[in-house]
Design a protein around this ligand. Structure first.
Ligand SMILES: Cc1ncc(C[n+]2csc(CCOP(=O)(O)OP(=O)(O)O)c2C)c(N)n1
Length: 592
């Protein structure tokens, strides 16, 4: 008899304990679970089946965790991922590393052999706690025993959620004895959970997320001084993905107002969801190819800019006696170049608003905005290049970004896609939300993270820009995970890791070593693999072909567009555009 034809047995005691724990977690704000199937985790899976949680199932634990990270990145809610014991649990580590660096609240729940079987050569018994300990903010180790009371479980749920609220992953490891479902509860045909009143009598209250206070008036006034030349730099701080937050109420909105009143330059990267012509400097990475006139102070809000060259520029500000100040609302140490002069942890949005209120509404005059004028000239040049090279990766990245709006989103893979977007995107009055696994910068789990990111917003198109190697790395995500309701994956197939031709060592490595050990052209092409697993794959040869595909995806399809451009051609395109930019910048430098 196949198992599904058996009469369901009454629930076991272990299922009941997990049901209570899940119920408490759900009440405390954990609503999404990604479950990877396994045996030791059986009572958890059975409890999940009758819980109020939204459950996604994924065979591949690594993808399950990246999918959870994608959901957490978009929803800003804690997301739980459940695995069985053994290497299954260790597969969570790459996504936990990303989550810990990106501050994503992932609750990793791993089933384990009971403690008494540890260190005695029992199969599938690893040190699961140690394996994850470097990447989680807290570890709770629990043995599932009948003596656990509802109050215990309520307290454990509260402890977990409190730890998650610090921002970052938390690990719950649970030793489970056989029989895995636990002894049968006589007379019960289904799980009985504590009622709301009973729940309240357990004493569990929702923990309150504490926001740091804004900077005090004196510090604010000193920091944002219109007498000084300043740059306000925004990285990944956009909050407009939050429900009920109007764009002008976001950190980006507050920064825009403040920069205008100060007469400071507003320097943004692609994650900022702010790219207005006439207000923002969007091409920092290209502009810093020459030495720019530097400000007295740069205030870096949130993440550091994506632009690699920005680090050198910021260091130069400090070396010429200026200041580089970081402002974060998470207590994280951010000084990747070890030159930051002061770091503040404060309520960023309130601080920016307070600073604006201290200034007159009229825009301060600091002379013509040369940096922005230069930015606009560079943008026009990139636009001209995209028009004359519509078959280039540069044109495709720029076009894709321009086609998406507001509530729509673009997930971007590490490697050249992030660079393309950061360097070559154009101005945009209603830019889409842009997200990436920028914590650990892996090319693993990109598709799973994208699918998770799309999962919470089925009503809005979410696109992905990705290279061929990152695509092939994570094809399993497209087999095991739910696909986006409105999705478009744009694969830039340049036959290997183009990035390795763009980084400085490239010129000093023998071409055959470069190809075989770095670029690693794959044996198969993404278009063939992806159509082989049943996806609709469209080959595009012109960036403008994306218009119709975006429209179709917007109406509810899941499509893959592949732009196949040879590695040499893409390399040449970049070289020729950079040469044009350098000529233009040199001219500007001579006649500022
Ligand atoms: C998990 C992981 N393995 C290896 C790397 C190193 N790495 C960075 S970029 C890259 C190549 C990416 O190639 P592709 O996705 O085709 O993008 P392209 O460079 O062509 O834009 C590799 C292997 C990484 N970042 N993450």
């Amino acid at each position: 008899m196949i198992p599904s034809m058996l009469t369901p047995e009454p629930p076991g005691a272990n299922v009941r304990l997990f049901s209570i724990l899940l119920d408490q977690l759900n009440r405390l704000g954990v609503h999404h679970v990604v479950l990877a199937p396994g045996s030791r985790s059986t009572p958890l899976a059975v409890a999940l089946a009758s819980s109020a949680m939204s459950v996604s199932v994924c065979l591949d634990e690594r993808a399950a965790a990246f999918f959870a990270a994608g959901i957490a990145r978009r929803s800003r809610e804690p997301v739980m991922v459940v695995t069985t014991s053994g290497t299954a649990s260790l597969e969570l580590v790459p996504a936990l590393a990303e989550a810990s660096l990106s501050g994503l609240a992932i609750l990793a729940v791993t089933a384990d052999r009971p403690a008494r079987l540890k260190g005695v050569g029992a199969p599938q018994t690893l040190d699961q706690l140690q394996a994850m300990s470097s990447y989680v903010g807290a570890t709770i180790s629990l043995e599932l025993v009948a003596s656990l009371s509802e109050r215990d479980l309520g307290s454990i749920a509260l402890q977990l959620v409190t730890e998650l609220m610090r921002g970052g992953p938390v690990h719950l490891n649970i030793g489970i004895e056989e029989p895995l479902l636990g002894p049968v509860i006589e007379g019960e045909s289904e799980i009985s959970l504590p009622s709301t009143q009973e729940h309240e009598s357990i004493g569990v209250r929702r923990p309150v997320r504490t926001t740091p206070a804004p900077l005090d008036t004196e510090l604010t006034r000193g920091l944002f001084d219109p007498e000084r030349k300043g740059w306000l730099m925004l990285g990944g701080v956009s909050q407009s993905a939050l429900p009920d937050v109007a764009p002008e109420e976001t950190i980006a909105g507050a920064a825009r107002t403040l920069a205008m009143r100060l007469g400071w330059r507003l320097v943004v990267d692609s994650r900022t969801q702010l790219a207005d012509k006439g207000e923002c400097v969007i091409h920092l990475d290209l502009l810093t190819r020459i030495s720019l006139p530097l400000p007295d102070i740069a205030v870096v809000i949130g993440d550091f800019p994506l632009a690699r060259s920005a680090m050198g520029t910021l260091r130069a500000i400090v070396e010429q006696g200026g200041e580089v100040v970081t402002l974060n609302d998470r207590s994280v140490f951010r000084d990747p170049g070890r030159f930051v002069t002061t770091g503040y942890v404060a309520d960023v949005k309130e601080t920016l608003y307070n600073a604006s209120k201290l200034l007159p509404e009229v825009v301060s005059g600091q002379g013509p905005n040369l940096l922005r004028q230069l930015d606009e000239k560079i943008d026009a040049l990139v636009q001209g290049f995209a028009e004359t090279h519509p078959d280039s990766e540069i044109a495709a990245a720029r076009r894709l970004y321009s086609l998406l709006h507001g509530e729509e989103a673009l997930f971007v893979s590490a490697s050249m896609p992030i660079r393309y977007l950061d360097q070559f995107r154009g101005y945009h009055l209603d830019p889409p939300l842009v997200a990436m696994n920028r914590g650990a910068n892996g090319i693993d789990g990109v598709i799973a993270s994208y699918l998770g990111f799309a999962h919470t917003r089925p009503e809005a198109l979410t696109a992905l820009l990705i290279g061929d190697l990152a695509t092939l790395y994570d094809v399993s995500a497209l087999i095991h995970l739910p696909l986006a309701h409105r999705g478009l994956i744009v694969v830039l197939d340049n036959q290997g890791g183009l990035i390795f031709d763009q980084v400085p060592p490239a010129t000093r490595i023998a071409p055959e070593v470069q190809t075989e050990y770095f670029v690693t052209p794959p044996r198969v092409r993404p278009a063939g693999v992806l159509s082989g697993i049943g996806l609709e794959v469209i080959r595009v040869s012109d960036a403008n072909d994306l218009d119709a595909l975006v429209e179709r995806a917007r109406l509810g399809e899941f499509l893959v567009a592949v732009l196949e451009v040879g590695r040499a051609v893409s390399h040449e395109s970049l070289g020729s555009l950079y040469a044009q930019i350098d000529r233009q910048l040199a001219k500007e430098q001579m006649y500022p």
